[in-house]
Design a protein around this ligand. Structure first.
Ligand code: ZN
Length: 78
């Protein structure tokens, strides 16, 4: 899980939207837009999902993918 971040259109700073999302599921989320209160501008900005990204909490990057043993197709051509 992570925090959905957007870029403030006025200052270019990254601001948290307060939304929590999973990075992979967020990327698959349908296009939507929302509003976020910007602590820098002290106003609301509208943002689109495509402009947002997920900042993962706790930088624990672990690969779940193990090197799979690929078993080739057994051809029975004789
Ligand atoms: Zn702003």
């Amino acid at each position: 899980m992570g925090i959905v971040m957007v870029k403030c259109p006025e200052t270019g700073r990254a601001i948290p939207t307060g939304m929590e999302a999973d990075r992979s599921s967020f990327q698959c989320a349908p296009v939507f837009f929302s509003r976020v209160f910007c602590p820098i501008c002290k106003t609301n900005h509208e943002w689109f999902a495509k402009d947002a990204w997920v900042r993962e909490l706790g930088r624990r990057i672990r690969s779940h993918s193990r090197v799979a043993e690929t078993v080739g197709p057994v051809s029975k051509t004789a």
